[in-house]
Design a protein around this ligand. Sequence first.
Ligand SMILES: [Zn+2]
Length: 192
Amino acid sequence: MCGREMLTKLTAGAVKLDGGGGGGIPALAGCEAAGMLAGLSDEATAMALYRYAGNQGLEHVLFYAAYRRIVDLAGRDKWSIPVGEEMLRKLTKCALFELLGTGICPRCHGTGQVIADVDGVRKCCTCPSCQGIGRRRLLDGQVAAVIHRSERQYRETWKPRYQLITRDLGLWSSDLECDLDKVLRVSMKNSC
Ligand SMILES: [Zn+2]
């Protein structure tokens, strides 16, 4: 589905920004949401609709978009992939589980960014707990179990690759949160 089709669906109603029932975040009017999504990639748009408009049907769209990127990464980095283990598919599942999960990172509260002291200057940095995806991360042992490796084997070979994957896919999320932040500021200013 292209971004334009998604936007058409979105403008039909307001979008909740807390990803579920309740919460203190105001609902965004359809036109504001459409304005926000207009500048996003198709993948970030699909993620917005999945997270905030409850469009669960987009999970498979995101899965194949993520899978294609991971196959590209594997090719570029020349990973040796064991034949018949569907390793990339399993890693895609883990990464999407983290990216689309409902568990918000307790350190950055879902924004993917934290304020840190860098050489005595307060700067906005990528959250070290979630590496910018704003969601709770899987433990090493959990990813290792999914790909049928010991934790030691995972840490030695697959963890650096998995981190590359989540950093890459995390860009969809950080693009989205950044735009969301801008739209919310304008929206709150207008309502004052
Ligand atoms: Zn975080």
